[in-house]
Design a protein around this ligand. Structure first.
Ligand code: ZN
Length: 897
């Protein structure tokens, strides 16, 4: 592998491929030890005469090359580690290449690999080159005809993209299937699956009356766990028709579950391959969170069929073109599903809960990324390894950038922009600019004289902008001036450059409301309309708006519904926050006010811990929590979010230098205090939520909300060392009728003081579920994240027969969970050493997974000195590893700069 030689690829260096490739024919002789791939590629030159034809390949053995019927000798082509180049003289070329690859030895899980007894492929971003020599770039789009041959007993099912043309038996117990995909596609959307599966299917009719078949394939014996995934798929198909007018364009749409998978899932045309954790669910083995994640990911991959597949990316710098947009679409899908069938008020609350969860995820993963050495714009400027850029920034911040366009254009304007996007680009490989151009064509019509020029900066700029708010109330004139100013600190590699002038301003849609001193909303006149919420379009460094008819000093409700991915600075008093937390009509902003109160309290405790001062909790803070806990107007789901303290990672980002032990200690202390002080109310919440969930299991918002509140109450009681906590947790654990309750009980037992009750439950759990890998992942995770868990515990768990580093879900469930989500256990010099050991072990096995783990402490330079030094040494040790993959090398180099 190549460390120092890895070139940096720049967005501005894009060159079109000099050949078109209308037709691809592939023949696979499948075998797990060694598969033979025969490809016949029909090229047409579009670039300069004499352009060499460069094909990518990786870990392949080349058997033969035939150019326009003539077999080439080794001297007729150029072959190196990464490319095969031929030098055609004609404009129309047929190239036949035969090569071999070794699926069983392929532990990278990119290209053709073995999982269980089955064969799978993963091609995005650059995995197709591990299958056959090919122009492996998204702007080369072709029609594929694929013949799969293999042993019939071993691989009774042979699947690929598109339509099954024919299947037949062959001599020696083999058989073959021929597939043809009518839609031209880039190589990254190719897929094949070979093996033995059971299938659940559903016939549907699309909006225009076409018949189609939806299928979900999974390991035999798991067919009773695919109903939710299939139903979710059917709902996703309907939703895309209704909300975006986009129909399924295939006769059949297949989803296949794989146990070994690097990511969540993959949108291969007509043949999605999924991490089994996003397919399999039943009440006994899946939590409410898993049900919702399955629905979201099923939706996500299905929505890619239009946003990603019908219109794809010109190059990988445009990744957010499909990912940001598709995450936005899956978020909207999930929100609509959660709000479905509810009253207006409940629906608003359900949507707010989804928004809170999405924003929490953004702040937990993306804000730190945007402040660290890997910070990049949603459209990166350069990379060494594209596999490292499937990031929270490209995905989640990318979705926020799409959401802002939705906010600026409104629902119908956004829909018009989407229609225009498909009218212009269906069937082609395009750029982020092309997308904004389509949206802008609508925006300009709506707002004569304005455009999205400033908005486009969101695609070029890294870092989380800060918006400072000033409010001036003029009592005599009864008017209020709101001034917004924006600023974005240099981040990542920007800091290494010469001190530069400030980054250009962005267009920030800033949603705002005003409340009077009783918490009632004040109607605002803006652009000729009376509104409760106005959206200010901040597009310069500093801007002021004035509102009239404001009877008294107002309290601002800022960035409602999180209208932009920014950090707001405003000097609220505690009393103002408490008022917002009780009365803001915007449920997101209301939640936010409570979180801000909690953050202030927690940061005070962090300071006290650092100063070795007594740890005092403000009584008013406890009262604000009590008020929410008692507010029966709020839905259980919303209340559970409002009563959850900001996560450790979100808090860490707000301390400088970062002090993981102090943050963990502060949070623990506050949980303990709240658990103790509000114990009777937690008990009451626990019991009333429990009786509310006696109906047959459903993952719907109401039931899931009750369970989430119940588990939260139990966790607080355990944190507060309530005398009944162990009994309550035991009862909930052993008597649970679904996995959400069972995990809530188990976590409470493992995290409370009586170690023997926890150990007993863990033992019981393992015996009960040892044959279900997804459930055993939960078993590892609950131990990995327990506050009492130390490196030695994790090393012992790695010796457990059920542990393996090769399965990404398993590696994530223990190693990643410990390193990334156990502040107390991982942030020690032993923890950092352990982490480096695992990065190195994974590096030689699965570079993509290794690189993700390598990012765990990449913000080390902001830690307190003791931790900083220990992390740096561990990074340096990784850097010395002789066979460092390009993936890990890029992360380590950037982290150490
Ligand atoms: Zn995606």
């Amino acid at each position: 592998m190549r460390t120092d030689t890895a070139p940096t690829i720049s967005r501005h260096d894009y060159q079109p491929y000099p050949y078109r490739l209308p037709q691809v024919e592939l023949v696979f002789d499948l075998d797990d030890v060694q598969s033979r791939v025969t490809s016949k590629l029909s090229f047409e030159r579009v670039g300069a005469e004499g352009s060499p034809l460069v094909l990518n390949g990786e870990d392949l053995a080349l058997e033969s090359v035939v150019l326009n019927g003539r077999k080439l000798d080794a001297g007729d082509y150029q072959l190196n580690e990464e490319t095969l180049t031929v030098f055609p003289t004609e404009a129309a070329i047929t190239l036949e290449v035969v090569s071999l690859c070794k699926p069983a030895q392929n532990s990278t899980l990119m290209g053709l690999y073995v999982s269980g007894n089955n064969l799978f492929t993963q091609c995005e971003a650059e995995g197709f080159r591990r299958i056959t020599w090919f122009p492996d770039r998204p702007d080369v789009m072709s029609r594929y005809r694929v013949t799969l041959r293999g042993d019939k007993a071993r691989y009774p099912l042979l699947l690929s993209n598109g339509n099954l043309l024919e299947s037949q038996d062959l001599p020696d117990g083999r058989h073959q299937a021929i597939w043809e995909d009518p839609h031209p596609k880039p190589s990254y959307l190719f897929a094949l699956v070979a093996g033995d599966f059971s299938c659940r299917e559903q016939a549907i009719q699309t909006a225009s009356g076409r018949d189609a078949l939806l299928q979900v394939y999974s390991d035999r014996g798991s067919e009773d766990k695919t109903e939710w995934a299939l139903d979710s798929l059917a709902r996703a198909v309907k939703w895309d028709e209704t909300r975006f007018g986009l129909e399924l364009d295939l006769d059949r749409f297949m989803v296949v579950a794989a146990r070994d998978f690097n990511m969540g899932a993959m949108e291969n045309k007509g043949l999605n391959v999924f991490n089994s954790s996003y397919v399999l669910a039943d009440p006994d083995t899946a939590t409410d969170a898993s049900y919702h994640a399955i629905e979201g990911v099923i939706g996500h991959e299905y929505f890619h069929n239009w946003t990603g597949n019908r219109v794809t990316c010109r190059d990988w710098f445009q990744l957010s073109l499909k990912e940001g947009l598709t995450v936005f679409r899956d978020q909207e899908f999930s929100a609509d599903m959660m709000a479905h069938g509810l009253t207006q008020g409940e629906a608003a609350s359900a949507r707010a809960v989804k928004r809170i969860d999405d924003v929490t995820a953004l702040r937990t993963a993306q804000f730190p990324e945007d402040a660290g050495p890997m910070a990049h714009p949603i459209r990166p400027e350069s990379y060494q390894e594209i596999g490292n850029f499937y990031t929270a920034t490209v995905y989640e911040k990318g979705a926020e950038v799409i959401r802002m366009q939705h906010t600026l254009l409104g629902e119908s304007g956004f829909r018009a922009g989407m229609d225009e996007y498909f009218r212009r680009h269906d069937g082609s490989a395009v750029t982020c600019d092309d997308f904004v151009n389509a949206m802008e064509s609508v925006y300009i019509k709506q707002n004569p004289g304005k455009d999205l020029k400033v908005f486009r900066q969101w695609y070029s700029q890294a870092g989380t902008p800060r918006v400072k708010v000033e409010l001036d109330y003029n009592a005599a004139a009864k008017s209020c001036r709101i001034t917004l100013s924006q600023h974005c600190e240099p981040v990542g590699i920007e800091k290494l450059r010469e001190p530069q002038s400030e980054k250009p301003p962005l267009l920030i849609p800033f949603a705002l409301g005003l409340l009077d001193e009783h918490g009632n909303g004040i109607s605002l006149k803006h652009e000729g309309k009376q509104l409760d919420t106005v959206v200010l379009e901040l597009d310069t460094r500093r801007q002021t708006w004035e509102f009239g008819n404001i009877p008294s000093q107002p309290i601002p409700s800022l960035l409602r519904n999180f209208s932009a991915p920014v950090i707001v600075d405003y000097a609220y008093s505690t009393a103002q926050l408490a008022l917002l937390a009780q009365h803001d009509s915007d449920p997101f902003a209301r939640w936010e006010a409570g979180q801000e109160l909690a953050t202030r309290q927690l940061l005070k405790l962090v300071a006290a811990i650092q100063a070795k001062a007594p740890l005092d909790v403000d009584p008013e803070f406890i009262e604000s929590w009590r008020a929410v806990l008692q507010d029966q107007q709020l839905t259980p789901a919303y209340r559970s979010r409002a009563l959850t303290l900001p996560g450790e990672k979100i808090l860490l980002e707000k301390t400088l230098p970062m002090d993981p032990a102090a943050v963990a200690g502060a949070r623990r202390h506050l949980r303990e205090t709240l658990g103790r002080e509000l114990a009777p109310l937690w008990l009451e919440a626990l019991h009333s939520a429990d009786s509310g969930t006696s109906a047959p299991y459903s993952p719907n918002g109401l039931q899931a909300g009750l369970r989430s509140l119940k588990n939260l109450a139990l966790a607080y009681l355990a944190a507060g060392n309530h005398p009944q906590a162990t009994d309550l947790a035991s009862r909930q654990y052993y008597e649970a009728r679904n996995m959400t309750d069972r995990m809530g009980g188990l976590a409470a037992l493992v995290n409370q003081q009586d170690a023997s009750a926890g150990a007993q439950a863990l033992q019981h759990f393992y015996e009960q579920w040892q044959h279900n890998p997804l459930v055993i992942d939960r078993w590892f995770t609950v131990q990995a994240t327990a506050p009492s868990t130390r490196v030695s515990t994790v090393r012992t768990l790695m010796q457990h027969p059920a542990f393996t580093l090769r399965n990404p879900n398993r590696a994530r469930s223990l190693i990643f969970q410990f390193c990334m989500n156990n502040l107390q256990g991982a942030h020690t010099s032993e923890g950092y050493e352990f982490w480096a050991d695992q990065v190195i072990a994974l590096n030689d096995m699965n570079p993509e997974i290794a690189a993700r783990l390598a990012r765990a402490f990449d913000n080390w330079s902001r830690y307190i000195p003791a931790n900083r030094e220990a992390i740096r040494q561990s990074y340096e040790r990784i850097q010395q590893h002789p066979t460092l993959s390009r993936n890990v090398a890029e992360i380590v180099t950037k982290a150490l700069k």
